[in-house]
Write a protein that binds this ligand. Structure first.
Ligand SMILES: [Zn+2]
Length: 193
């Protein structure tokens, strides 16, 4: 994983970067129709307390298969551990969801030697059955709220590219609302048409 040092990025910047990553960096020719209709790609900036920002990217797709070779190092690697970081409370990850983009991106930030502080601002692009939205799945919501419990402040960019704070979505390290409806009400549903 390489960190590109950058300054402040807005949700619009992260949205633009996300579109560019999907358009230019994914190996569309190598992806199956099923992969194209169901994946997620998250672009983010991590701003440690007192440090420069770092640009991060992750995709639920296997980067070895679906990201063009020259861009692969810019994407988070698979989560190798079966268990959640200790500061999240430990326990086993759902093995089918631990390599979702949001969890791939956040997991290494919550383990030594990374500093467990700062703010991560994330733009999630999630497509399911060909319908795109910004909605994290239930397992990734627990990772996102777990990051808050680890001392990382989370900001999620919604479908209007407004920042929604983790503190509005999570309580005591757990999602306040476990329903899609609750999250859609905060702007994580499909873009308003
Ligand atoms: Zn997920």
């Amino acid at each position: 994983m390489q960190f590109a040092e950058i300054g402040e990025l807005t949700c619009q910047d992260l949205d633009d970067a996300n579109q560019e990553a999907r358009g230019q960096e994914l190996d569309q020719a190598g992806m199956t129709a099923e992969q194209k209709e169901g994946f997620a790609l998250t672009t983010a900036v991590w701003k440690p307390d007192g440090g420069p920002g770092a640009y991060l990217k992750a995709t639920s797709l296997n980067r070895e298969d679906c990201v063009k070779e020259e861009f692969r190092d810019g994407y988070s690697d698979k989560v190798s551990s079966k268990t959640k970081p200790a500061c999240m409370g430990g326990g086993n990850y759902n093995p089918h969801r631990k390599n979702d983009s949001e969890t791939k991106l956040l997991d290494p930030l919550m383990r030594p030697p990374m500093a467990m502080n700062g703010t991560v601002t994330m733009k999630i692009y999630h497509v399911s059955g060909g319908v795109a939205d910004e909605l994290p799945c239930g397992s990734c919501r627990r990772t996102i709220c777990g990051a808050e419990a680890c001392g990382i402040k989370i900001e999620l960019c919604n479908n209007k590219n407004e920042k929604v704070k983790g503190s509005d979505l999570c309580s005591n390290g757990k999602p306040k609302d476990t329903t899609d409806k609750g999250w859609r009400a905060k702007g994580f549903g499909p873009k308003p048409s």
